[in-house]
Design a protein around this ligand. Structure first.
Ligand SMILES: *[C@@H]1O[C@H](CO)[C@@H](O)[C@H](O)[C@H]1NC(C)=O
Ligand SMILES: *[C@@H]1O[C@H](CO)[C@@H](O)[C@H](O)[C@H]1NC(C)=O
Ligand SMILES: *[C@@H]1O[C@H](CO)[C@@H](O)[C@H](O)[C@H]1NC(C)=O
Length: 224
């Protein structure tokens, strides 16, 4: 074997080691926001990769709140790359209870692994424990418990941990969320529990709740 070949093989091995692959992939918004993640059962750590169409800040939120409306109890990771001239990276762990600017967690439970800005896209790779122990400002990611995802992107980078511009509205694709929840361990959707609903006595009455669900779904989709 010649030296060039050996160096070539080494380069491939190094590149492979630096490129983490992810078990799950969710298109949160086609052409705008992709989410990839994996779980490592040994160290009980979730590894995430987000690819978002922006050169500003990027945020991923997870919540147990059904329907993920109003930024209520959102566990948010927000970060970015401050321009290709410096490639200075930043990331923060946040919590929100309302649509106001999220608060920077007292305990930071996110580790940035890699961040990159290229072709108008920002890619962030980070990890956090399934259970960070921060019961007031993080969600616990549990088996069988639905997690709803939300995403947002800013046009500009954050100025500091506590100062960053608001995302654009839903119409401009500045933000969005999933209306279905996921079991993050299996990657499967958790279908809505109907434990409170009484079983229909006739087929006629069964149509009424489904129309209500449709109307609610339509309202949620239309809300700005
Ligand atoms: C930029 O990000 C979007 C959203 O994740 C993705 O659809 C697109 O393929 C990315 N473009 C490049 C060049 O990676
Ligand atoms: C999971 O974490 C353990 C402990 O840090 C590590 O040894 C192992 O290689 C990891 N597994 C994967 C698939 O990354
Ligand atoms: C910043 O990162 C981009 C993408 O990896 C690269 O093309 C560029 O040369 C980097 N800039 C500096 C100053 O390192």
């Amino acid at each position: 074997m010649n030296l060039a070949l050996i160096l070539g093989i080494l380069a491939v091995l190094v590149l492979h080691a630096e490129c983490r692959s992810y078990d799950r992939h969710l298109v949160l918004k086609d052409g705008i926001f992709n989410l990839y993640y994996s779980y490592n059962a040994t160290n009980k750590m979730f590894y995430f990769k987000v690819v978002a169409k922006t050169t500003g800040w990027v945020a991923l939120a997870m919540t147990h709140e059904k329907g993920a409306e109003g930024m209520k109890n959102y566990d948010i990771i927000l970060g970015g790359v401050k321009g290709v001239n410096t490639n200075e990276t930043y990331i923060g762990d946040y919590w929100s209870t309302t649509t106001a600017i999220p608060s920077y967690d007292n305990k930071q439970n996110v580790a940035l692994k890699n961040a990159m800005e290229m072709d108008g896209n920002t890619t962030l790779e980070f990890s956090r424990l399934a259970d960070t122990g921060d019961t007031s400002q993080d969600i616990k990611i549990e088996k069988g418990k639905a997690v709803y995802f939300a995403w947002a992107r800013g046009d500009k980078d954050a100025v500091s941990n506590k100062i960053f511009q608001q995302h654009g509205n839903k119409a401009s694709m500045g933000r969005g969320h999933t209306t279905v929840g996921y079991d993050m361990y299996t990657g499967k959707e958790i279908t809505t529990q109907t434990t409170t609903a009484k079983p229909p006595t006739t087929t006629g009455t069964a149509i009424v709740p489904s129309i209500a669900v449709l109307i609610i779904t339509a309202l949620v989709t239309l809300s700005p």
